[in-house]
Design a protein around this ligand. Structure first.
Ligand SMILES: [Zn+2]
Length: 428
């Protein structure tokens, strides 16, 4: 066996036995899954839907995706990471050995997916027994109480974007009232925001999440309180005034995130849903925000694709900037491998979080994890082969990237266990 392959195998085996912290998901809560979860429900809600549309499928078809609608487009997306990561999950979870989904094989696959999702222990089976995921940092969804999620699997990430985007008095009042406050003045509104952070902290949140890159540029000016306070009396704001209000509130969020010890996850780079937000989502635009709030830990999401080098500069310069690299592993697997090659020898090892899938279905999470292990093993093997790393350094870094860094950054209570031999079989 060539040395490279053996090295890769050793590292891949090591990685497959490591406990995992999944740093960013929108996982369907078990009792809030669509009924039934069959192949089409799964694909509809997966990132593959975006690739099918990119390949030419009308976007209006997505909500009613089935074999008839997908048949002519599936062969065109067989090459992508979104497809391949699902395929590998189907292989491991449902013994689906075909290289493509066809008219003949989809009904059985779909039945298997549906039957598995009717098992009461399916989350336990996939997330724990197969994936060895110890905790999922899950973004608040539509559930009534974001803090009431099943603590065996999930720790909440709370969204505060509404507080930034509420430029109308009645919207602000509603938000303030939700935490027992009022919003007749900027001071009252900021007090209410502080209460919302207190509630997040005491409710068990481990961080906050911003999706504002889908709505606006990531560049923030820093208007003063005196400039923003008079806007509260106004019923209509100009575009420029609304932007100044948003900028001010983003700083207010960042400041409180630091005060309350809640890392601030920010979407940067590539976006979903046929919206190319990349030009205004360059992570370097966040530099002033990061520099202004040195006590806040900023977590730049999804590997920041395509801004690989830019991400590295932020994490390398700023002690309070971290790179979460997960979704990238199946948006663009080769970019993940290349990015890891670059980040692993430019950014301190405590600043990288290797895994998340940023999706709703646990089957896709599992496929993304299998991809991540393979790509990370390839990147680490290259460090040993070409850059003089020892195997023990590679293993130490692997443990950090898959779990330890997240445990430290998010102050997660249960420390991950050491790799165990018994997990190895299940992981493969
Ligand atoms: Zn997300």
């Amino acid at each position: 066996m060539p040395r490279e392959t053996k090295l890769f195998d050793n590292l891949h085996h090591y990685l497959s036995n490591l406990p995992v912290i999944d740093c960013h998901e929108h996982t369907n809560l078990p009792d809030q899954r669509p009924r039934p979860v069959d192949l089409w429900a799964l694909l509809r809600d997966s990132d593959l839907g975006d690739d099918l549309i990119s390949a030419g499928m009308p976007a209006a078809v997505r909500p009613k995706l089935d074999w008839e609608h997908a048949a002519s487009f599936l062969p065109k997306v067989r090459n992508t990471g979104f497809f391949q990561s699902l395929l590998i999950a189907f292989r491991r979870l449902f013994d689906f050995t075909a290289a493509e989904i066809t008219e003949d094989n989809w009904p059985a696959l779909s039945q298997n997916i549906q039957a598995a999702n009717e098992r009461s222990d399916w989350y336990e089976e996939v997330l724990r027994r197969r994936a060895n995921i110890r905790r999922i940092l899950r973004v608040q969804g539509a559930e009534k109480d974001p803090y009431a999620v099943d603590g065996r699997y999930f720790s909440p990430l709370i969204k505060f974007d509404d507080w930034v985007l509420a430029t109308k008095a009645e919207e602000r009042e509603k938000l303030a009232q939700s935490v027992g406050g009022a919003a007749r003045s900027l001071d009252e509104y900021l007090d209410a925001l502080t209460h919302a952070f207190e509630a997040a902290r005491s409710g068990g949140a481990v961080g906050i999440k911003s999706l504002l890159a889908y709505r606006r540029t990531l560049l923030h000016a820093r208007p003063t309180k005196e400039e923003i306070a008079p806007l509260f009396a106004r019923t209509e704001l100009t575009g420029e005034e609304a932007r100044a209000f948003e900028d001010f509130m983003c700083h207010a969020l960042a400041e409180r995130a630091g005060e309350f010890g809640l890392p601030f996850q920010i979407h940067v780079g590539y976006g979903s849903w046929q919206r190319n937000i990349v030009a205004d989502a360059n992570p370097v635009l966040l530099n002033p925000l990061i520099e202004n709030h040195r006590n806040t830990h900023f977590v730049l999401l999804h590997g920041g694709y395509p801004f690989i080098g830019e991400m590295a500069t932020l994490a390398k310069n700023h002690p309070n900037a971290y790179l979460e690299c997960g979704w990238l592993a199946y948006i663009a697997p080769a970019a993940y491998r290349r990015a890891m090659g670059e980040w692993l020898d430019s950014v301190p090892a405590n600043k990288l979080l290797a895994f998340s899938a940023d999706c709703v279905c646990i089957e896709q999470t599992f496929g993304a994890l299998l991809f991540t292990r393979r790509l990370l093993a390839q990147a680490l093997a290259e460090k040993i082969e070409q850059d003089g790393w020892t195997e023990s350094l590679a293993q130490n870094v692997a443990g950090r990237l898959m779990a330890q860094n997240a445990v430290e950054l998010y102050q997660l209570k249960a420390a991950p266990e050491k790799p165990s031999k018994t997990r190895a079989a299940a992981a493969r």
